[in-house]
Design a protein around this ligand. Structure first.
Ligand code: TXA
Ligand code: MG
Length: 315
């Protein structure tokens, strides 16, 4: 079924029912969330989850996020402690993933957790994602819908370009408005920030009334997906560039002369929303060398810089 032409589904009742039926049959459906497009499969179906790894070319040690329609559904699969309840009340539905203790016998495929006894869960804040999760009625495992190591998709066209021919369908609901992946907080043990993302770390810490630990050991990524090289466009990337050198294309931020600009106004929210679309556009232009303006490292700037550092890492 995966070799047929990619089916584009509308984000209406009929489209979501079709998408849910494909998931129920063990197929792969890409769907929009407020952060990026996910590549969904039934989280309880080993074969379907294995197909995610195959379609993405993803290393099998890298566990997946499970998406659920609401907090009540989360408690069917994980144990929520006080930290989890506080963060869930403040930020769900939304761009936050919580790592929690997995409830034994909950039925989630071991390929989803890559054998860990914890589960990453998220309740997305997108009407189409919510509609699909409700129509399907179960947990949907979904990494970002890009080939492993490449730029995450913020439109259905990005998904089709990266994974067309390898997946069954994509629900097209236009652009994702947050544009970077969810923030990941581990609630197992000391609360820790595993990935900077769509919810600024300052907001998470204000909610908990304490700083989040940031696991430091670069050789042991706390979230196994946090590999050094990731989000890579085709061209080489140079960061903190005041201007473009000969042969470089400048990806600007703020009022600079640039081929593409994340936000002329210097707005970090706009820059996050445009980041992956700009990296895809640089690929489209055939840019071989990319210079990127400095981005302030606070608020969503932290998530943007995290992605750019990985895009610039040696491959
Ligand atoms: O915004 C998002 O989070 C998007 C949309 C589709 O929801 N999803 C996404 O998934 O970014 P993915 O697979 O690209 O990233 C999942 C990250 C990886 O870094 C993975 O290692 C980490 O979550 N992760 C998953 N389960 C984990 C666990 N039990 N403990 C620690 N990290 C975990
Ligand atoms: Mg990803």
């Amino acid at each position: 079924m995966n070799n047929e032409q990619l089916l584009m589904l509308r984000p209406d009742v009929a489209g979501l029912e079709k998408a849910a039926a494909i998931l129920a049959e063990g197929g792969l459906v890409s769907f929009p969330t407020e952060t990026v497009y996910g590549l969904g499969a039934d989280a309880c179906n080993d074969t379907a989850v294995a197909e995610i790894y195959k379609a993405k070319g993803r290393p099998s040690f890298n566990p997946l996020i499970v998406h659920l329609a609401d907090v009540e559904a989360v408690t069917d699969f994980c144990k929520m402690n006080d930290t989890a309840h506080q963060l869930a009340a403040a930020f769900w539905p939304g761009a936050l993933t919580l790592v929690l203790h997995l409830t034994e016998g909950a039925g989630v495929s071991k390929l989803v957790t890559a054998g860990l006894d914890t589960l990453a869960v998220r309740v997305p804040d997108h009407p189409v994602a919510h509609g699909l999760l409700t129509a399907f009625g179960g947990p949907v495992a979904a990494p970002s819908a890009n080939p492993s190591g490449r730029v995450s998709p913020t439109t259905a066209a990005h998904v089709a370009a990266g994974l067309g021919g390898k997946i069954d369908a994509v629900v097209d609901a236009g652009e994702c408005h947050v544009g970077v992946e969810s923030s990941i907080v581990s609630c197992v043990g000391e609360p820790a920030l595993l990935r900077a993302g769509g919810i600024p770390v300052e907001a998470l810490e204000a909610c908990l009334g304490q700083p989040l630990a940031v696991p430091q050991d670069p050789d042991v990524p706390a979230a196994p997906g946090q590999l050094a090289s990731h989000y890579a466009p085709q061209g080489r990337v140079r960061l903190n560039a005041a201007s473009a050198e000969e042969g470089e294309v400048l990806l600007g931020f703020g009022p600079v002369e640039a081929a593409l600009n994340l936000s002329v106004a210097g707005d970090l929210t706009e820059a996050a929303a445009r980041l992956f679309a700009c990296l895809h556009a640089l690929d489209g232009m055939g840019a071989k060398r990319i210079a990127v303006s400095p981005i302030p490292d606070h608020g969503l700037g932290r998530a943007i810089n995290d992605r750019l550092k990985r895009a610039a890492a040696p491959r």
